[in-house]
Ligand binder design. Structure first.
Ligand code: ADP
Ligand code: TRP
Length: 332
């Protein structure tokens, strides 16, 4: 069985962008691959975290992932910082990665603009740690949203570089797996990806209630050329139509597509159908999240994360041992 790994940062509640771009796909893929999932808490430290809420966010992210359908008995779920080997290998990768490669990373450029008061070295070397997260387990495939493809490409470059500098054929080059919703755009600004940092009305969290979903969808930006119900719209230019394609039935998609083109239905009706369908899909997840958030169940989450780390640690340890030998370090 091929091995799969993926991670998500504990930056707050999971939104439908993360869900469609990554986690929904993980749930399907865990049947086909030996899968490891983790919470990238060290990566999250590259931006300033609120110390009051950060520990809760880590646990909540685990809850969200389990509520989406990841089965931790089958696929270990763990916290990145609990496996020290990731950072150890990340350091070794720092020593073979040209600065120029990291300078090209669009996430680094974007985040240095966004957090211009805190452009730290961790933000810059983020991709070498990500490469280590993947290569420490010799993973074959990595399901991520489109925004992470460049980091995956760099991971392959680092694997090749290590092989050419130290040992031919040692690392295999992992492949990215894209999901159907590889790039979900913000509800308030469809030119930007849906993200927690873009303001609460831009995203729908998995914990949003039916009312909140409706509030957000009803305010969402649609085809800007369609001002009145009598104007003919172009679904291809409407962010909400792309969401219909992910949440609605084929009949409904056809109905809103036609209705929008010939001004048969208004944006309000189209939004109502969409909000209902989003709610229908995420309601069971929302219920599971609230179940796991009860104090007595939350304790079990900590146990799950510990067990997950215990299951993957030996693999990371064994691999790092080999790597240290290859690069000429001595063990005592
Ligand atoms: P955010 O950008 O909201 O902080 P993360 O960086 O934690 O989210 O991303 C977690 C996973 O979700 C990654 O695999 C990422 O590619 C995916 N993802 C994030 N935002 C989107 C989006 N708008 N559309 C599709 N996938 C996304
Ligand atoms: N960088 C990813 C994100 O922001 C999270 C991540 C860290 C990751 N390490 C990884 C994803 C390794 C896949 C594999 O979404």
């Amino acid at each position: 069985m091929k091995r799969l790994i993926s991670g998500v940062q504990p930056t707050g509640g999971i939104h439908i962008g993360n869900y469609l771009g990554a986690i929904k796909n993980w749930v399907k893929l865990q049947e086909k691959y030996e899968s490891f999932f983790f919470i990238a808490d060290y990566h999250a430290l590259t931006v300033k975290q609120d110390l009051e809420t950060f520990p809760e966010k880590i646990l909540n992210t685990a809850i969200n992932i389990i509520a989406c359908g990841i089965n931790p008995d089958k696929s270990p779920l763990f916290v990145q910082s609990h496996i020290l080997e990731h950072v150890n290998l990340g350091w070794i990768f720092n020593t073979i990665t040209p600065i120029g490669e990291l300078n090209r990373m669009t996430q680094y450029k974007d985040k240095s603009k966004q957090y211009s008061e805190n452009i730290n070295v961790g933000l810059f070397t983020y991709p070498t740690l990500m490469a280590a997260d993947i290569l420490i387990y010799n993973a074959d495939v990595v399901p991520v949203g489109e925004d992470q493809f460049q980091h995956l490409e760099l991971t392959r470059t680092i694997a090749r570089k290590f092989n050419s500098v130290y040992k031919s054929g040692f690392f295999k080059e992992p492949e990215a797996i894209a999901a159907a919703g590889a790039r979900i755009m913000s509800l308030t600004d469809p030119s930007k990806k849906m993200s927690k940092s873009g303001g609460v009305n831009g995203y729908i969290a998995l914990t949003d209630s039916e009312e909140v979903i409706w509030q957000k969808v009803s305010k969402a930006v649609t085809d800007p050329n369609r001002q009145r119900k009598t104007d003919k719209g172009n679904p291809q230019k409407c962010n909400l139509f792309s969401l219909h394609q992910l949440f609605s039935s084929l009949e409904e998609i056809e109905y809103v597509d036609k209705g929008c083109r010939n001004a048969g239905i208004g944006c309000l009706e189209c939004k109502k159908i969409l909000a209902d369908n989003i709610n229908e899909e995420i309601a069971p997840i929302r219920e599971k999240i609230s179940y796991w958030q009860k104090p007595e169940n939350k304790k079990k989450i900590i146990e799950i994360l510990k067990q997950g780390a215990d299951r993957v640690r030996p693999i990371a340890q064994e691999n790092l041992k080999k790597i240290k030998q290859i690069v000429g370090l001595i063990e005592m």
